[in-house]
Write a protein that binds this ligand. Sequence first.
Ligand code: NDP
Length: 593
Amino acid sequence: MIDRDAILEKYRLERDKRLRPEGNAQYVRLATHFPQMLGDPYTPRKERAPVTDHVRFAMVGGGFAGLCTGARLAQAGITNFRLIDAGGDVGGTWYWNRYPGAQCDTASIIYMPLLEETGHIPTEKYAHAPEIQGQAKKIAQTFNLYEKALFHTEVNSCTWDDVKQVWVIETDRGDHFTADFVGIGTGPLNVPKLPGIPGIETFKGHQFHTSRWDYGYTGGSAEGAPMERLAGKRVAIIGTGATAVQCVPHLARDSGELFVVQRTPSSVDVRANEPIDPDWFKSIATPGWQTRWLENFAGNVGMGGASEDWVKDGWTDLSRRIRSRVMSLPPSEWNPENMMKAWEMADHEKMEEIRTRAVTVVEDRKTGEALQAWYRQLCKRPCFHDQYLQAFNRPSVTLVHTHGKGVERIDETGLWVDGDHYEVDCIIHSTGFEVGTPTEERTGFDPIGKGGHKLSAAWSDGMRTLHGLNSAGFPNLFLVQFAQAANFIVNVPHNWMETGTSIAAIVRHMTDHGLKTMDVDEKAQEDWVKLLLSGPGMMINSPDCTPGYYNNEGQPMDDRAKYAVGYPAGPNAFFSYMRGWRSDGQFKGLRFD
Ligand code: NDP
């Protein structure tokens, strides 16, 4: 029997322990404080001459957003495409995040984009990072996206030339080139952050961030070879988010001693990974299969009302439970308040199961209890793993539970928590990525549109777009991101495949009709934003949630945050709307010259 009041009271108490008045200011930026930790440990940087040519389409970001855009453009016959990326190859987040155990949390066959186009058959239900980065490379090869790509290159400025009607792009490698169109797909979690723990710079041992894994120090490889150089070493990992949940089992296996420093426990549900049987795969892989699977998944988790669940995982389970609770209400009781209560009860049941799992799997009762997550499941990124909790049963692994307070300070030899000193050789920061800092600081440039106006100024009262894709005053610019569009964060690449198709349709249309520029009609943009704001808004950034990057660290949201919403009827409805929008050849809301 669920005691709702007791659970809510416990949630409140745990949140209050973790609240910090400094909000996002508790973190420090690597670029300013630890630039040496930001380098690329994976690919040596090659010297090259600056580029000064003209391309049809320049894409900032070589992750799945850029790759899907390039692929869809190539399919539409638009070549002369240039990817620009700070990394040494394509892959974006999968280029940088090579920590041991990294794998997708959404089923491979819908998470890995363009499988049908590349012919790749995922090997596991949840593929590991090298295979996912391999798919990124395969997309680049299949669609010839390497030819003009610039790696280890960061864009410094991107300016619309009102006279020549092209974008002028300048980079940190001295490049100065032009493009008819620009796409920006830099991803939401691209700038690693460190905790601003007093004394962090005084540590004399080795420290690095999980997104720059130092295999030179640890030994081993992203492909899973044991990190033999950690044998006999005392290692601390700070953070217990989705990244730590995946790499802790590997650190536990290979380190002499491991200290897992926890501020807020993650909810860790069953993973149940398994190999994909190629014969089964062939049986489903009839033409158009990936789109059908994508829609089935989105129809289960994103208000779609799908009747069957093909993917069957933690995401669809939670959504289906919520829906069945809501649907079990008698029609006379269908009102927003009752529906929210039904949702809440489904969540409480799920979280009770996950909390029970923690104390069942972990042999030491106190440790198991400390690993229990006390918040609603979607307050924080849900995690799934079948070796994380088990790692705490090893005698060499210690959970350093900080009761929401975090590490007090770091000194030359280790860290301090609650008056105890933990002497370590190495500190691994699994402390996530900047969210909530100004976009132009994270991307390193602020697009300058018509009349010299900056995008940050145009959005000073909040984001303004048509379909999340184009913004008035920024001709021929495409924003490859999900806010004011599907906002489908459970399966991010699904957004990119659809967005790429829309971009390709617009550019194809302009090419066929000899149109030079495209801009957004202000009224259409205003109407679109109004429509989005009429929806329920974001459900996950509630201030009563435990603090984290989902809710601005528990601090009041800037009024502008309310504009980062999705299409009110959900992702599948948005994708379907966009299919109609681009196929009638009118591209309503855009103005062409
Ligand atoms: P998170 O931001 O989720 O986690 C950061 C961790 O660092 C938290 O546990 C945080 O505690 C902790 N922390 C921060 N400061 C301190 C401090 N001073 N003392 C102690 N602990 C501290 O980062 P992740 O890299 O884990 O994940 C980021 C996102 O990346 C995920 O939410 C997910 O979207 C994505 N991701 C996706 C994966 C996938 O799909 N397979 C895998 C990994 C990541 P607290 O919780 O209290 O803030």
